[in-house]
Design a protein around this ligand. Sequence first.
Ligand SMILES: Cc1cc2nc3c(=O)[nH]c(=O)nc-3n(C[C@H](O)[C@H](O)[C@H](O)COP(=O)(O)O)c2cc1C
Length: 309
Amino acid sequence: MCCNKDIYFAPLQGYTEDCYRRIHHQLCGGVKGYFTPFVRMEHGQTRSKDMRDIRHDFNEGVPVTPQIIASSANELRKLTDRVLEEGYSAIDINMGCPFPLQTRHGRGAGLLPHPDVVEQVCNAMSEYTQVEFSVKMRLGLSANDEWKDVLPILNDIELKHITLHPRIGEQQYNGTTDEDSFGEFLSACKHKVIYNGDLCSIKDIDRIIAKFPSIEGVMLGRGLLARPTLAYEYANGINLSDDDVISRMKSMHSMLHEQYSRIIPAEAAILSKLRTFWDYAEPTIGRKAWKKLKKAGNMRNYMIAVNEL
Ligand SMILES: Cc1cc2nc3c(=O)[nH]c(=O)nc-3n(C[C@H](O)[C@H](O)[C@H](O)COP(=O)(O)O)c2cc1C
């Protein structure tokens, strides 16, 4: 079975930044769209690191949608205005981030227990008739039925789609996904719905599509970090050998190395950034090789471990 749904690359702060997205798009592909890690306000300003990540010249040729995270209608307007200055016409709204640093301030999944604030945020979104908004959310912050008060509000505005990760914020990434609640959400949602969560193989993708045939597509995060060719394999209905996948990962890694070397001055900083490339790759490269990469204390030993893959 293959390829009748679109695959999107999930935003992963610290992983899927502009360099990674460009190189993934060039060497692996199979992905209809990439979402940036969220752009947020800090001390009343957008962070320059976030704005750099969405700059057009760093995303040329890559189908990318910036994501923003806001706790109020005002924050949403400020962030939307900044993103629009970069020339985008589509923006994804984060209503799912589970990290207490954000939820405590009513951002991400922290919005979900407050339908009144969601309504204000949605009203602000509706002011921007030229923008195609989408929403990425969880079932709730601390209960799996909080979405029931939020979805009618979202159903009332124009949205490109809603991506649902069927966990609650308090689970972070632990425990299982709640597919029954996903099914209920899907039936009640008037927008296109994208499934996100724990899809790590073609078999996982096929199973979810067979279970929920009316979804618009699937969004993959850690599964694509582990096996960057997964979307390409799904889209083309093929299974690459592990050797082929590892060889493509090594090409990605070598391009990342080259690009990080140009923008990061210190070798130790390049090494710590490069090392993250393998964080989720243990299922693909094996435990022994993965541990060797993790443990390599300097660039020389690290590159020996990479070359041994
Ligand atoms: C390290 C890390 C960073 C993440 N950063 C973001 C983010 O910036 N925006 C967002 O909407 N989700 C973020 N997520 C959530 C992922 O986009 C995705 O919803 C989650 O990992 C579940 O999908 P997966 O099981 O396919 O990885 C992050 C997750 C992880 C593990």
